[in-house]
Write a protein that binds this ligand. Structure first.
Ligand code: 6R9
Length: 662
């Protein structure tokens, strides 16, 4: 689900005193399109305003929401790092995402254009969404779910996923969404840690042209834990399911008999909204806790500012899964709080053909697209001719999230998807930050391919060295957040100490994000990957991101993953795993050429010792490369935990390729 954040993060045992070598130079610049800049939701003034009065700025953003009781207090930081935002305000999150748009006369606006993988589709208006959420909220109440309870959600990418989340929010229950496709084990651990009383699941969902079962994993998980009284089951595929009488309830049966009227209760701004687990390489997953008022304020503001959303005319599409934080903040909460019309797609990008995404954009006239670098690199590999067959002229803003985007992938995205005119916004944030933190603004920023550039208005981020000193422009080190922000995690569920140890103990008074970063000569921020992945070669810290980006800039390379493997002479040696583009043949000449290419781009210190062409790379479900598994391979070790891999057979393939990798 999330990037692997080890428990040893806070101890800085991987990165030495030597700062990250500042290797990559990127000179290309792209100004915002003039018409976008002229009509932009947010202008450069926002930075000034927020700088002059940060809390005043956020208090103003909170007024985007409709409060039952307006907050007077913006931030309570009397017990750092345990923050309270807008603590004396009261609101209902679901009311903000649905009802108020109907009350404002936008009930007929489409909230969700749902596109099922088999080709079924359905448009759901705000009025219909309000009715669905109300029925579901009434059903949850009938089942006995109350304010403060936890509900686990294990669903495919179907509208009921959004409806379930909002129904929980509406009655003050916290949801814990588990990626559809995680194992019974992963579901059981998460149910147990959150003491969930109810699980909402489906018979299955469509994946690569076939129904793929979900309920068996829930059955197995629920049998193993105590405390789950009921299982709500959405019928999506119609496949056979085992049924436990007295426990299992069909979603359609219980929701259809409910009233479409439900009066939303106002809750405290700090009412828990959801728990979302991020996996660690060691120890149990961390339940990241988010609350209501501050979270929704920043999710709504960033969605408005970074995508320049115009709710009357835009058609927005975020391709993330609902089980990733990106699906929480930029499918459910941000867009719906802003009254957006959005596309929701159930399936994979290559079903039934490799142009499916572009077909969807053409069909709905999508204007704003938000996806991940891993997806973009896959499209690059499939070839430019595929998007070229579709009309993508409706697009006006392109977003990226999840990993550093390699400059070549950024350029490809802008050129082949964005007609060489759409701004690309590279948005850095984490499950823990709740919403975007560092990103260009499409109507303001002169964009640099590969850089997230600058903290958003009201956000304070910088790069520090080992001694917590801010590095000068041109320097590298660790990314930190220096001031509290509205959508920050409030704690790790049930483990305040771990919250303190993981994020707040490495640098006094600063939030340690676990990412390496550098500042360029203009002070813009470049993300360099997780600090646990940083390589130490002959005393120099080298970022995986920069070496990968250099490899991807070679025309024969579609994708690259780089790790540091133990080496007798240099401490660590750079080992690169590369996926070649369709036409490139795997020859020793090519490998030599790639090594020379990296050396030329970054300097001889960054030249990989070994380059291994492979067919696939191990990835999490949000598309992040799991470098630690590649490190295991490169060092001839037994593989660590593979349960969060999308496809665990990938590792077998890679291992059979390597007689001995060390
Ligand atoms: C939203 C999300 C968080 C980690 C984060 C970083 C990486 C995300 C990035 C990025 C560089 C970007 N990351 N966006 N790195 N540039 N634009 O991805 O949350 O799954 O918790 O992962 O992802 O390493 O620390 P999550």
């Amino acid at each position: 689900m999330a990037w692997d954040t080890t428990d040893t993060l806070g101890k800085g045992d991987v990165v030495s005193n030597e700062s990250l070598a500042n290797l990559l130079r990127e000179e290309r610049r792209f100004a915002p399109p003039a018409d976008l800049a002229a009509n932009a939701n947010v202008t450069a003034e926002a930075y000034e305003q927020a700088k002059a009065d940060r809390l005043g700025f956020w208090a103003e953003q909170a007024r985007r929401l409709t409060w039952a009781t307006e907050p007077n207090e913006t931030l309570d930081w009397s017990n750092p790092p345990f923050a309270k935002w807008f603590a004396d305000g009261k609101l209902n999150v679901a009311y903000n995402c649905v009802d108020r748009h109907v009350e404002a006369g936008h009930g007929d606006r489409v909230a969700i254009h749902f596109e099922g993988e088999p080709g079924d589709s359905k448009a759901i208006t705000y009025t219909e969404l309000k009715d669905e959420v109300s029925r579901a909220a009434n059903a949850l109440t009938e089942i006995g779910i109350e304010k403060g309870d936890r509900v686990a959600i294990y669903l495919p990418m179907i509208p009921e996923a959004v409806v379930s989340m909002l129904a929980c929010a509406r009655i003050g229950a916290a949801h814990s969404v588990v990626f559809g496709g995680f194992s019974a084990d992963a579901i059981a651990t998460r149910i147990e840690d959150a003491s969930a009383k109810l699980v909402i699941t489906a018979d299955g969902g469509y994946r690569r042209g076939k129904p793929s079962a979900l309920k068996p994993a829930v059955d197995e998980a629920v049998a193993r834990v105590d405390g789950v009284d009921k299982v709500l089951v959405v019928r999506r595929t119609g496949q056979e399911v085992d049924w436990t009488e007295g426990r299992d309830i069909w979603w359609h049966e219980i929701t259809q008999k409910q009233s479409a009227e439900h009066t939303p209760e106002a809750f405290d701004a700090e009412q828990p909204l959801f728990i979302l687990y991020t996996s660690g390489t060691t120890g149990k997953p961390k339940g990241i806790l988010h609350t209501s008022g501050g979270y929704l304020t920043q999710a709504a503001y960033t969605h408005h500012a970074v995508f320049d959303l115009k709710p009357e005319t835009d058609v927005y599409w975020c391709t993330a899964d609902i089980g990733w934080v990106t699906g929480h903040s930029y499918i459910t909460y941000g867009p719906l709080a802003n009254g957006a019309t959005q596309v929701m797609y159930e399936g994979t990008p290559d079903t039934p053909h490799q142009g499916r995404f572009w077909e969807i954009i053409q069909k709905y006239g999508v204007t704003i697209l938000y996806t991940a670098p891993t997806v973009i690199r896959m499209f690059m590999k499939w070839g430019d001719d595929i998007p070229a067959k579709f009309d993508l002229s409706s697009l006006r803003v392109l977003g990226s999230v999840g990993e550093p985007i390699n400059p070549e992938a950024w350029i490809w995205y802008r050129k082949h998807i964005g007609a060489d005119t759409c701004p690309v916004v590279d948005t850095w944030w984490q499950t823990e930050t709740g919403s975007m933190m560092i990103s260009p603004l499409p109507g303001v920023t002169e964009a640099k391919p590969g850089s997230a550039q600058r903290a958003l208005p009201g956000i304070s981020a910088t790069v520090v060295d080992d001694e917590a000193n801010e590095v000068p422009d041109g320097g590298g080190g660790y990314l930190v957040l220096t001031k509290p922000w509205p959508s920050m995690l409030r704690t790790i569920w049930g483990d305040d100490q771990r919250f303190l140890d993981t994020y707040w103990s490495r640098f006094e008074g600063k939030y340690f994000a676990g990412d390496g970063a550098k500042k360029d000569e203009d002070g813009d921020i470049w993300l360099l990957g997780r600090v646990d992945d940083v390589m130490l070669v002959s005393g120099h810290n080298i970022s995986t991101t920069e070496v990968e980006s250099a490899l991807v800039s070679h025309p024969s390379v579609a994708e690259a993953a780089v790790v540091g493997a133990a080496d007798e002479t240099t401490g660590q040696a750079i080992v690169a795993f590369v996926i070649l583009r369709g036409s490139a043949a795997e020859t020793s000449d090519l490998v030599g050429e790639l090594r020379a290419h990296v050396s030329k781009a970054l300097g001889p210190i960054a030249k990989p010792k070994r380059i291994l062409p492979v067919a696939e790379l191990p990835k999490t479900r949000s598309g992040k490369i799991m470098r630690r598994l590649l490190r295991d391979v490169a060092e001839n070790r037994e593989l660590g935990d593979v349960t969060t891999l999308t496809d665990s057979t990938v590792m077998d393939l890679i291992q059979t390729k390597l007689p001995s990798a060390a």
